[in-house]
Design a protein around this ligand. Structure first.
Ligand SMILES: *[C@@H]1O[C@H](CO)[C@@H](O)[C@H](O)[C@H]1NC(C)=O
Ligand SMILES: *[C@@H]1O[C@H](CO)[C@@H](O)[C@H](O)[C@H]1NC(C)=O
Ligand SMILES: *[C@@H]1O[C@H](CO)[C@@H](O)[C@H](O)[C@H]1NC(C)=O
Ligand SMILES: *[C@@H]1O[C@H](CO)[C@@H](O)[C@H](O)[C@H]1NC(C)=O
Ligand SMILES: *[C@@H]1O[C@H](CO)[C@@H](O)[C@H](O)[C@H]1NC(C)=O
Ligand SMILES: *[C@@H]1O[C@H](CO)[C@@H](O)[C@H](O)[C@H]1NC(C)=O
Ligand SMILES: *[C@@H]1O[C@H](CO)[C@@H](O)[C@H](O)[C@H]1NC(C)=O
Ligand SMILES: *[C@@H]1O[C@H](CO)[C@@H](O)[C@H](O)[C@H]1NC(C)=O
Ligand SMILES: *[C@@H]1O[C@H](CO)[C@@H](O)[C@H](O)[C@H]1NC(C)=O
Length: 439
């Protein structure tokens, strides 16, 4: 896969020294990287209490949202893949399976009132990673990783909306949720990413066709610039004629990873695209610094925002080598002396800003340093063992107009559940989107 080559290319641009922070990291030593990853993974999993008797399996305690749980377990699937440490696998597998819902599509009834395409997409990508990494399959009577990813993809196909903007997915699934008029990059990014990866995994061209179509649509409305900068979203109230130019690394990363997968599948111009992209966003430089959205000007520290940083690791894994110094240097805080902070660009020591997302981001980049030793991501012709179902996805809760069995969330539901329900998008037309947490 091209991404691997890029990661290697990136590595030689940089020079490294052993860190003297509480997490000692010698990036030339596999044992040292594994040990650092193990420490940070432990710190992250401390946030998950759902496997304790009486707690809520597959969910994270407040203030962490449902989609972040999907991301957490996806990071742990990767943790296993990079390190071969199986100790969390039973917990992680049980957690993922607990959230598939009655239709095996990651639309559990606790979430559907507020669930957006991106929420479902994050869990779908976790399942896709499990298939690609040959993470141990659930027992045959349980839903299987590939089929779960296909279910999410198939339901997104039914939500493709040609009624405005020449196409695209809406952010929200249901009309009654705030953000239904927003057609945004993360919802379409989940669809693009899954399409590219399913095409590569199964060899089924239909998935690639949808990925291409989504990419083309992103370009057509200006959400993807000609230098591959991904902007946050646009509104169908203006037929997508104006764009919110806010940038988040997770939007960038989700398309970059998908593009690399498209390259691997089609061998076409996606190679050049991916390479130019890495250059255009500065990933080929040894001084790459991530500024995510508004964080470095406003110290925006909502839980969601911190979580977005996670994508620097999982999807911008080609750049992992660029972050590891800063990431590990941030992991010498807290009462345990190994808690990770947020401001990696400060290049300094723990900044006091801790949480699940911070652990996840640091873990993603530290473990990705093992990419050269990791097995190739599999497909169904190169050792993949996950059982798929091309027709997965019930459709029963997929249509925004026919999903009448779902009633709007109450105020209390919203406060507890939605990352996304409470997003206020009034800034879209003026070109400045902003987020306000639910209350
Ligand atoms: C696609 O990925 C596979 C597995 O990672 C790798 O062996 C192959 O060389 C890649 N092909 C291209 C064209 O990148
Ligand atoms: C829950 O998971 C954590 C981390 O994986 C582990 O340390 C703990 O022992 C588990 N608890 C139970 C009851 O399985
Ligand atoms: C749904 O919510 C209830 C109440 O909080 C909880 O007991 C149950 O475990 C949740 N189900 C899932 C699948 O998360
Ligand atoms: C909305 O945009 C699409 C795509 O650009 C275009 O085909 C369509 O004609 C536009 N609709 C209106 C009402 O302007
Ligand atoms: C891989 O998946 C495709 C699409 O579902 C299917 O046609 C093909 O038979 C599968 N190949 C193997 C080896 O299972
Ligand atoms: C390819 O994917 C499409 C869309 O999901 C599906 O309808 C078709 O059956 C798949 N083909 C095979 C051979 O699996
Ligand atoms: C952000 O936080 C840093 C310390 O972490 C502080 O030095 C800086 O002034 C803050 N910036 C703003 C805009 O509040
Ligand atoms: C980070 O540290 C390196 C090496 O000590 C230094 O060259 C660089 O200027 C520092 N960057 C920042 C943002 O402080
Ligand atoms: C993990 O195991 C795989 C194969 O089982 C091996 O290729 C890989 O190098 C191992 N990784 C580490 C970090 O030990």
């Amino acid at each position: 896969m091209r991404g691997r080559t890029l990661a290697r290319g990136a590595a030689i641009c940089a020079t490294w020294t052993q860190l003297t922070s509480a997490i000692s990291l010698d990036i030339t030593s596999q044992a040292s990287i594994k040990s650092a990853a193990s420490t940070v993974a432990y710190g992250m999993m401390k946030y998950y209490t759902g496997n304790n008797t009486g707690d809520n399996p597959g969910n994270l305690p407040s203030p962490y949202y449902w989609w972040e749980a999907g991301a957490t377990f996806g990071t742990m699937v990767e943790y296993w893949y990079y390190t071969n440490d199986t100790s969390y696998n039973p917990t992680v597998t049980a957690a993922i399976l607990s959230q598939v819902g009655t239709d095996d599509d990651f639309m559990p009834t606790n979430q559907t009132k507020t669930e957006g395409n991106d929420d479902q997409g994050f869990w779908g990508m976790t399942a896709m990673s499990a298939a690609e990494m040959n993470y141990p399959n659930p027992s045959a009577d349980e839903p299987q990783w590939l089929a779960l990813a296909q279910a999410v993809f198939n339901e997104m196909v039914t939500r493709w909306d040609d009624s405005t903007c020449g196409g695209g997915l809406r952010w929200q699934i249901f009309t009654f949720n705030n953000g239904y008029t927003y057609k945004n990059s993360i919802a379409n990014g989940c669809f693009f990413n899954l399409g590219a990866r399913l095409a590569r995994y199964t060899g089924n061209q239909t998935y690639a066709d949808w990925a291409e179509k989504t990419w083309d649509w992103m370009e057509s409305v200006g959400l993807m610039s000609d230098t591959y900068i991904v902007y946050d979203g646009t509104s169908d109230t203006t037929n997508c004629s104006t764009v919110d130019h806010l940038q988040f690394t997770y939007n960038q990363g989700i398309y970059l990873f998908g593009a690399a997968m498209m390259y691997n599948y089609t061998y076409a111009d996606w190679a050049e695209k991916t390479w130019d992209w890495m250059e255009s966003v500065g990933l080929m430089s040894d001084t790459y610094i991530v500024y995510d959205g508004t964080s470095d000007t406003t110290n925006c520290s909502t839980v969601d925002h911190l979580q977005f940083t996670y994508n620097q690791g999982i999807y911008l894994f080609g750049a992992a080598m660029m972050y590891n110094y800063a990431a590990a240097a941030q992991c010498d805080g807290g009462t345990d002396g190994t808690t990770c902070g947020e401001h990696w660009t400060d290049n300094s020591t723990y900044d006091g800003n801790y949480g699940l997302g911070q652990q996840m981001s640091a873990l993603s980049v530290i473990q990705a340093m093992l990419i050269d030793e990791a097995p190739e991501l599999v497909t169904n012709t190169t050792g993949g063992t996950s059982v798929g179902n091309a027709n997965a996805g019930s459709g029963s809760t997929t249509s925004s107009t026919t999903g009448t069995v779902i009633t709007p969330a109450t105020g209390a539901d919203k406060a507890g559940a939605g990352i996304l329900t409470a997003l206020v998008l009034s800034g879209v037309l003026g070109g400045i989107g902003f987020m306000v947490m639910g209350s």
